[in-house]
Every structure is written in C-alpha cells, then in structure tokens.
Write a protein that binds this ligand. Structure first.
Ligand SMILES: [Zn+2]
Length: 330
C-alpha cells in the first residue's frame, strides 16, 4: 500500500488525493454513482450579517444523519470501518502505521475522505489530536475534521477523521474576514487565539505555526471544557483543521447537545438534521427533500443555538482559556 508522505514528495497532496479519488470512481461503482449524484445535488444559502450558511439536500447522507449511535445499536452492527467489513473495492493510502485514507462513498464534498484508524478503538479527541494536525499538514488543500462520539460521528466506536477540499465550507473565507472583529484570547509570536460570540455557533479558533504550541492550546481548552462536562466520556465537540503557508488553523466547536429538538419532532415539525463538523463549517446537510424545502433562517439560528454552548458557559470557558494562555504562553 502506498504511503501518503512518500507520494507527496513527487506531487502535491491535492493532486495525489484527487487522482486517488478518481481511480476509486473507476473501480468502485457505488463511489462512481454517488459522486456523479453529487453533481446534481441541490443547494441554497441563507445570508446572515457578514456570513452565510448553505443548505445541501443530500439523500445519501441519511445513513449518517439518522445513524443510531446508542451502545446497543453499535454493539449489534458490524463496524463499517473495520477492515473485514469494508467493501472489497475500497482502496487505501496509508498514513503512517495508524491510519488509512479511504474515499468516502457517501460524499458531501467533491473529494471526500474518511481517515480510519487501523484498529477498532474508540473515537477520542485528545489522544489523537497530534494525528489530526499531522494529517492536516500532509493533506494541504483539504480540511480535516473530527466529530465527537456524541457529536455526529456515525462510528463512535472506531477512531476516524474525515477530510474534504478547502473552499466548500463558507467558514474558510469567513474566518479570515471575521477574525478581526472576534474576541481575542491570546496574541503571541507563535499563535493567535480568538473566541467567536456572534457567529450563531460558538467557536474558538487557533492559528499557529507550531505543532507543540497547537497541542498546548488545545490541551488547555480541553482541560477546562472537560471540567464543565464531567459526566461525558469526552466534552461534546467538533473540530476543523487546515494547514496552509506553514500555519495551522484550528476551529473548535464546544457543544451542549447532540441533536436538536426538531430531529425528534414528528410530522411537519420534524427536521432531520444532525449537526456535525460540516454543519458547523456552514453547510447544513438535509437528507430529506421536505426538510431542504421548508428550512428557514430561524430554524438555522435555533439549531445552532440549541447544540452550541450557552453564552454564559462559553464566556466562562473562554475566560479560563484566556487566563491560562496569557499565563503560560508568553
Ligand atoms: Zn471498527
């Protein structure tokens, strides 16, 4: 099996990864059909003050949005990320000894990968965040993201990340534009950290050129957030990570709820939306046409509001992070 880090010595990561995805479409009918289907997927957008949220109608994402992730359902199904259960047509590019880069056969992005751990171990953030940063650096041109076990991961029992091309989620451009008006938590020679209070979802963003500094900042965030949700297996969160021009950009989304009230409602009140990293990046995924048609700007505000940390809790968390960062990272 090819190693990504060897392949990108000769070509750019974006080129290697796009070619790999194209080859999979030639040899794997399911992938071919679903990527072809993506070309006609419906999209619309809502404009907010200074930013936008897109909505994508994508029926193939039903299995992910409506995935049963309770302990019993997980125990009763075959894990679709374990090597024995993966489709025979699904090839891989290795990333070190621990991860395999796989083409996601149910795409949201034009080039969409699942990066699966070689072993069946639980989905956890902190023990694997270095891998997330390494992947983002190797996969320049792509956003690598993490969905927590109670925050949209459809295999909470099997460690994995996903990745899609930069430029698809509105957050990419918006961050550069909006960061000057965000609340600054830290500014130093190796890193900047911001809190976003007015972006519908609550977001902490880090820019740094140092892996070790990134790990330190994320560690501080995690420790304080974990103390606020002691009953959880890990604090509820999603994360997006990109690497460009020698610098990582990491967006952390602390949450308080897995699925909004509308997900469980019946009849006309139901909206089958299960927010995960892509939704936090500014693209709501609706697997049902009826939801795509009826969703309103108010629903989007309401759903972000329900699943994100409350303003008070976010203020408390970010103030603790601010104090630590300014004490530790000078
Ligand atoms: Zn597994």
């Amino acid at each position: 099996m090819n190693q990504l880090l060897e392949l990108i010595r000769k070509k750019s990561a974006a080129q290697v990864l796009r070619e790999f995805a194209e080859l999979q479409k030639l040899s794997w009918p399911l992938a071919a059909t679903n990527y072809e289907g993506l070309k006609t997927v419906k999209e619309k957008q809502f404009q907010f003050d200074g930013f936008q949220v897109k909505v994508q109608f994508n029926p193939e994402r039903m299995r992910s949005s409506a995935a049963k992730v309770d302990k019993q359902s997980i125990a009763e199904r075959k894990c679709f990320l374990c090597i024995d259960n993966r489709p025979a047509e699904q090839d891989a590019i290795a990333f070190g000894n621990q991860f395999l880069i796989l083409v996601n056969p149910f795409p949201i992005f034009n080039t969409h990968f699942t990066i699966s751990c070689n072993s069946h171990i639980d989905q956890r953030f902190i023990p694997n965040v270095r891998s997330l940063l390494e992947l983002a650096r190797a996969m320049e041109g792509f956003t690598v993201f993490y969905n927590g076990p109670e925050c949209g991961a459809s295999a909470p029992d099997h460690l994995h990340f996903q990745a899609g091309e930069n430029g698809f989620m509105p957050i990419g451009d918006e961050f550069d534009r909006l960061k000057s008006s965000a609340r600054k938590l830290f500014s130093g020679s190796t890193a900047d950290v911001w809190a976003f209070d007015n972006y519908l979802r609550k977001m902490i963003s880090v820019e740094t050129n140092s892996m070790e500094v990134a790990l330190k900042i994320i560690g501080i965030y995690y420790t304080h957030f974990q103390a606020m949700q002691p009953e959880k297996m890990e604090p509820m969160m999603n994360a997006l990570c990109t690497f460009s021009g020698g610098k990582w950009t990491i967006h952390l989304f602390p949450r308080k709820l897995h699925r909004p009230r509308q997900f469980f409602a019946e009849g006309n009140d139901q909206l089958l939306i299960s927010p995960a990293s892509v939704d936090f990046g500014g693209v709501f995924i609706t697997p049902r046409k009826v939801d795509f048609d009826k969703i309103t700007i108010k629903d989007i505000e309401d759903i972000y509001n329900q699943v994100s940390l409350n303003p008070d809790a976010f203020q408390e968390l970010t103030e603790k992070i601010r104090q630590d960062l300014n004490r530790i990272l000078i």
